[in-house]
Structure formats: C-alpha cells, structure tokens
Design a protein around this ligand. Structure first.
Ligand code: NZQ
Ligand code: ZN
Length: 387
C-alpha cells in the first residue's frame, strides 16, 4: 500500500525570458544577496551581465562568490559562509549547474551553524536552518534546482557526501532552456546520464502498487532517450533542451518516489569515483550503471528489467525474460556510448589501484540500495566489471 505526503515547495518559472520575475521573487525573501556561480561560463554566456543589471535596476545589494568547482568543495562553502556573515546576507542566488546550487545550499545551512561546515555534510551534526536559496539553472542534470539535497567534496579526507534538509528546497528556480544552449556536448551527455540514473535509482524498486510512479518514470526515461541525442547534436534545439530540462527536475523532486521505500545504489558507488578521481558525476554513473544492472539481475529482479525493456526500449514482450532483460541492459550501454560517454573506468583514468578502498568507503553508511542490497564485495565486483 502506498502512503505519502506530497510537498514540492519550489516555485518554478519555466521557459524563455522567465528571468523577468527575478527581482520580484528575490524581494519576497531578502534584500542582501550572495550571488554564486562557477568557473565563468555565466560570464561568457552573458547571463551574469543580465543578472547584475536586474539587481542594480532594483536596488538589490549583492556580493559575489565565483569559482565554485564542479564537484564543489567544502572550502568554497566556507568562503561563502564568511561572506554571508560579514555582510548580513539574507538570500543566496545560485546561477549555474548542480555544483553551484549544491554549494549554495550548504552555505545557507552552514550560515546557521557555529562549528565546521563539514559536520553538516558528514552527518556529525544536524542541519537546523537554511538561508533561503533561489536558482537560475544553466545545466540540466542534477535536479538540485527542485530538490532538498546537496553533495559536497572534501579533498583532504577524499570524501564526497550528500546531505539534505527541507529548508534546502530552492524557494524558486528559473528554468530557461535557452540558458543551456551553450552547454558543451560532453556535459549534455553526462547530464542526460545523470537524469536517467536518478530515475533508475527509484524505478528499480520492489515497493508494490506504485504503478503510476513507475509509468511516470518510464515516460521520463523515454524523454531522455528521445531528446538527449537531439540536444547533444543540436545544442540550440529549444524543444530538446526544454524537455531535458523539465525531465531533470521531475526525475528527482520526489514525484517518482512518493510511497516507495527507496535507497540508492549507483550514486553511492559513483561518489567514491568522483571523490578519488574528481571525474564528472554523469560519466561515472553511465559507466557503472550497465555493470550494476548485470550484477543485480536474477530471478527476483528479472521482471523489473522486462518492464524496463518492453516499456522503455520497446522490446518484444514475448521473448525469454532474461533475454529481454539483457537486451535492455545492452541498449542502456549503447545509448550512453552513442552520446560519446566513455564506457570503461580505464578510459577515464581509473585503474585497479584504489578499487578496494573505494568499495569499502561506498558502504560506510551501510549496504547500498534495497532493490538488491550491495555489500563492499558487490561494489568491488561492479567496479572490476567496469574497468
Ligand atoms: O563552472 P562553470 O564555468 O559554470 O562551468 C560548468 C562546469 O564546468 C559548465 N556549465 C554549466 N552550465 C553551463 C556550462 N558551460 C556552458 N554553458 C552553460 N550553460 O558545466 C560544468 C559542470 O557543471 P556542474 O555544475 O559541475 O555540473 P552538474 O550540474 O552536473 O553538477 C554536478 C554536481 O552535482 C552533484 C554531483 O555529484 C556533482 O557534484 N549532484 C547533486 C545532486 C542533488 N543536489 O540533488 C544529485 C546528483 O545526483 C549529483 O550527485
Ligand atoms: Zn546524480
């Protein structure tokens, strides 16, 4: 039986030129803004100039934190907290991809915490309160624009960990697909893989009766499969960028998970790869996913893969169950490869050296996933199968 409370509080302004709402939305929450962004793409694309002009025209004071890294670091969080405290910041505006948004959320949380911000990420201390955050999304991938989570890396301890709090839901997100026209092909591909992985993490799940959630998940997967390659080849195709952008938000905002007992697995493994080798999140997921699927395929899971093969890849439903399942897994791998994503860890510079350490670290908070729970030895064999 499915029980849940629906609550997705982020206000979404979707479509071309929705930036027009920015000043009005900010003023609902504050007047002293920390503007956060990454390594400079927003300056090259002109979004930075547009935002600054709006802030100036509306007498909104702002401070800046640029240079937030892909796989954002706790050091950037600390820098942000310092600026917020010194200037009584009351609102954070994140302009960028998941890294900028995640870093901003944790700055907002750490603002209210006296100790080391890493405590909030590692789970040593609980997040109690968060400064309001709004986002202008420039890369469709993580869904951070409409969820309450954030993932932060600590280079010193070689850890990359997730944390969450209801206060981390962005208050609003401006989703203008034209802002993603400049996303390079490799990031478009990685983003599509990330969105699909978020769907897989909750679709492959044994909770009974979630028929609607499962069909919605299939619709989102089909959307990625249809539009990912178009966005990859035609970066300025509005329809493709728009569909991928909305899929990114819907994949992880809770809609597909309501009533299901979910516990993710491939993300836990991938975060170790990013923590050790600083690789692109979506690339790591695309490499591990087919190996994970093969690893968990057995009599107890085969029917789920048959649904996937038939409903998502349009495979013939009358064949042998395991043949359909294996064909669906092969289709998944071929799809990622068709987007130019490497298919082995070796191709991204990962060899057998740290696999055991990473496998142990991946299960530091317990077995991964509940579709078929993974222990350290399972993770290791998935890593080895992905070399
Ligand atoms: O840093 P800039 O110069 O802005 O360039 C970025 C960066 O190099 C570039 N980019 C972004 N928008 C662009 C653009 N380049 C040209 N035109 C644009 N419009 O793309 C590169 C990657 O950006 P990043 O923000 O790192 O990518 P993504 O959105 O994939 O975020 C990845 C991070 O999010 C975490 C990942 O682990 C990773 O750390 N995740 C967060 C989640 C969440 N909050 O719910 C869930 C995810 O599973 C994921 O773990
Ligand atoms: Zn992800």
């Amino acid at each position: 039986m499915i029980n849940f409370n629906y609550n997705i509080p982020t206000r979404v302004f979707f479509g071309k030129d929705q930036i027009k709402v920015l000043a009005k939305e900010i003023k609902k929450y504050g007047s002293k803004v920390l503007l956060t962004y990454g390594g400079g793409s927003i300056k090259r694309t002109g979004i930075y100039d547009t935002v600054i002009q709006i802030l100036k025209d509306n007498n909104i004071s702002y401070w800046e934190l640029g240079g937030i890294e892909p796989n954002p670091r706790i050091t950037s969080v600390k820098e942000g907290v310092k600026i917020c405290r010194e200037n009584d910041i009351d609102f954070i505006l994140a302009v960028g991809g998941g890294s900028t948004i995640d870093c901003s959320k944790v700055i907002g949380a750490a603002f209210y915490y006296e100790g080391d911000p890493w405590d909030l990420v590692s789970g040593k201390s609980r997040i109690e309160n968060v400064l309001p955050v709004g986002t202008i999304l420039t890369l469709s991938a993580t869904g951070s624009e409409m969820d309450a989570g954030a993932v932060i890396s600590n280079l010193e301890t070689k850890e990359k960990l997730g944390c969450g709090h209801p206060g981390m839901f962005p208050k609003f997100s401006i989703l203008d697909p034209t802002y993603t026209f400049t996303v390079p092909a490799n990031q478009t591909a990685a983003g599509t893989a990330d969105i699909m992985s978020h769907i897989f993490e909750v679709y492959f799940n044994k909770t009974e009766g979630a028929y609607l959630q499962n069909r919605m998940a299939e619709a989102l997967l089909k959307t990625c499969i249809k539009y990912g390659p178009i966005a990859y080849k035609e970066p300025e195709n509005y329809e493709a960028r728009a569909n991928i952008m909305w899929a990114s938000s819907l994949a992880i905002n809770g809609l597909l998970t309501y009533g299901k007992e979910t516990n993710w697995s491939v993300h836990g493994m991938e975060h170790e790869l990013s923590a050790f080798y600083d690789i692109t999140h979506g690339v790591g997921l695309a490499i591990l996913t087919p190996s994970w699927m093969k690893h968990v395929l057995d009599d107890s899971t085969v029917n789920y893969f048959v649904d996937y093969g038939v409903n998502v890849w349009d495979l013939d439903k009358d064949g042998d169950k395991f043949e359909i399942a294996n064909a669906a897994i092969d289709k998944t791998r071929e799809f990622f490869t068709s987007l130019g994503i490497p298919s082995t860890l070796t191709e991204v510079g990962i060899n057998c050296e740290n696999l055991e350490i990473m496998a142990k670290a991946a299960v530091r908070r317990g077995s991964l996933g509940n579709f078929k729970p993974l222990k350290a030895e399972d993770v290791l064999s998935i890593f080895e199968a992905s070399l």
